[in-house]
Write a protein that binds this ligand. Structure first.
Ligand code: GLY
Ligand code: GLY
Length: 310
């Protein structure tokens, strides 16, 4: 089986001055995940590496660069899932760690639970020796300015939330044919404190099953949760649809049924993949067969050879 990793940097409207940074970020994350796979690492290791790479990149709404709650706080959500056993780990409303996706992995590996939230997740992080970081270190000037702008008279918070997202995610299949997914986000701009979005919810923010494939989602979380988007797409694949057909069916159902926009990356057990979105843009990148693929606008697909130095 040829290994593959596919990543997204969030569906929505990406301002032109931030486009290059988003493309550079997803390409770097796909390369990071692919290095793990070609070195013999598992799909789970690859998706965690790729997502942590984007959490560390201030261009994305995850980890450093997360959007702020109405009270100007950071509350991040993340999920990982292992398609071998359907094991899953998630955290929600975490504020003082750099890489929520790594904490989600610890929840999966070290507890009998699937999701830990807020204070309990923070206590578990301390118990696991995860380094605490000041919330300030996760807040960028850009996210603070957007928070401020959204409080101005005449601001349309719904439009703003629907328009500019930046959740990050990855799906991968390793040389053993095992599928994994990971997704991480700061949520939606000016959300209420305590709001849990789609990202940490199994089947909404992502799903991985070695019998079918893997999906990571991005977009308006409340809409994604109502249609359980990731599992819905895998259901269509179970019914014989291609990755592309299944992804489009899921996204169009979400648009017509609950007026929600978003994007997905989808892979099947053979490593056939697609990146689809109903929003204007979604930064995505894929690495397989020593080739990097990426795009931002609908129909865009660039490629270049991956030259690996060992
Ligand atoms: N965290 C254990 C499980 O996913 O079942
Ligand atoms: N899809 C990310 C969120 O709504 O939180």
């Amino acid at each position: 089986m040829r290994p593959i990793v596919l990543v997204h940097g969030g569906a929505g409207h990406i301002p032109s001055e931030r486009a290059q940074g988003s493309i550079g970020g997803v390409c770097a994350a796909a390369r990071a995940g692919y290095s793990v796979l070609t070195a013999g690492g598992s799909s789970l290791d690859a998706v965690v590496e790729a997502v942590a790479n984007m959490e560390d990149n201030p261009h994305f709404n995850a980890g450093c660069g997360s959007v702020l709650t109405a009270g100007a706080q950071v509350e991040m959500d993340a999920l990982v899932m292992d398609g071998r056993s359907l094991s899953a780990g998630a955290v929600s409303a975490v504020s003082n760690i750099a890489n929520p996706v790594k904490l989600a992995r610890l929840v999966m590996d070290k507890t009998s639970h699937v999701c830990l939230t807020a204070g309990g997740a923070a206590a578990f992080a301390r118990q696991m020796g995860v380094q605490e970081v000041p919330t300030e270190s996760l807040i960028t000037e850009y996210s603070r300015a957007r928070w401020r702008r959204n409080l101005e008279p005449g601001a349309n918070p719904v439009e703003c939330q629907m328009g500019k997202m930046g959740t990050v995610g990855a799906v991968a299949v390793d040389s053993q044919g095992n599928v994994a997914c990971a997704t991480s986000t700061g949520g939606i701009l000016n959300k209420m404190s305590g709001r849990v979005g789609d990202t940490p919810c199994v089947g909404s923010g992502g799903y991985a099953d070695d019998a079918v494939g893997g999906v990571s989602t991005t977009g308006h979380g409340e809409a994604i949760m109502k249609v359980v988007l990731a599992r819905l797409i895998l259901f269509h694949m179970e019914q014989g649809r291609s990755v592309e057909e299944a992804s489009d069916l899921g996204l169009s159902h979400m648009k017509t049924r609950v007026a929600g926009l978003g994007g997905v990356i989808t892979v099947d057990t053979k490593g056939v993949w697609t990146a689809r979105f109903s929003s204007n843009q979604m930064a995505w990148a894929a690495a397989c067969d020593q080739t990097l693929h990426w795009g931002l606008y609908k129909g865009e697909h660039f490629t270049e050879a991956i030259v690996q130095t060992i």
